[in-house]
Design a protein around this ligand. Structure first.
Ligand code: OGA
Ligand code: MN
Length: 207
């Protein structure tokens, strides 16, 4: 399937940059087209059907292990050239990276990301995305691939924000959430249905 980046659609890059500057996070409900969202969902489901998703691990180096009481998703890293659909997503995400560099002088060099599939009832406890031993992750970008979503199905991304409160964001298809990896604590609440996302990070070169 061919999914082109639609250059005619005006993307809310300035709104994202303004939000990041003001509060460290941004959510945009209609960032990805329906066609790209569906194609990415189909690719994730095909990978799951082929047994290509792996239980996510926590920790770094020799201490890496599965801990279902910490995170219960199964993941698959995406690579340039693996499919036209993933390449279309990577092109979208590279345009966002360049916009954040332009608007915020963010110095973002690269992107790394994976599909994440949460079975019903699984979750990811409150955490930050930047490792203590490696500060290369600067900005987190999560794209949601679930066709429809309603609040009573659970599965929100809960952000713990500066004012000490929380914001719950439903993982509805087409939405992206962007935040500063070092600053924003967050968690994935359990859902009554499966939950698919594509989670990634803009990184600075490891110096
Ligand atoms: C992560 C994460 C949130 C989400 O993978 O680090 O926090 O909503 N994901 O999928
Ligand atoms: Mn996270």
């Amino acid at each position: 399937m061919r999914v082109d980046v639609d250059a005619r659609v005006v993307k809310p890059y300035c709104a994202i940059a303004d939000d990041i500057h003001a509060q460290g996070w941004s959510e945009q409900p209609h960032f990805l087209s329906t066609a790209l969202t569906h194609a990415l969902e189909a690719e994730c489901r095909a990978l799951a059907g082929a047994g290509a998703l792996q239980p996510a691990q926590v920790g770094r180096g020799a201490a890496r292990m599965c801990k279902l009481d910490v995170r219960g998703d199964c993941i698959r890293w995406i690579k340039p050239g693996q499919s036209t659909v993933c390449d279309a997503y990577l092109a979208e995400i590279d345009a966002l990276r360049r916009a954040l560099n332009r608007e915020l002088c963010a110095g973002l060099d690269e992107f790394e990301g994976h599909f994440a599939w949460y079975a019903p009832g699984t979750f990811y406890v409150r955490h930050r995305d930047r490792f203590r031993s490696d500060d290369s992750r600067v900005v987190t970008v999560i794209a949601y691939l679930n066709d429809t979503w309603s609040a009573e199905q659970g599965g929100a991304l809960r952000l713990h924000v500066d004012d000490g409160g929380t914001r719950d964001i439903e993982p509805a298809g087409g939405r992206i959430v962007v935040f500063l990896s070092a600053d924003i604590e967050h968690e994935v609440l359990p859902a009554t249905r499966e939950r698919i996302s594509l989670t990634g990070w803009f990184t600075r070169r490891r110096r």
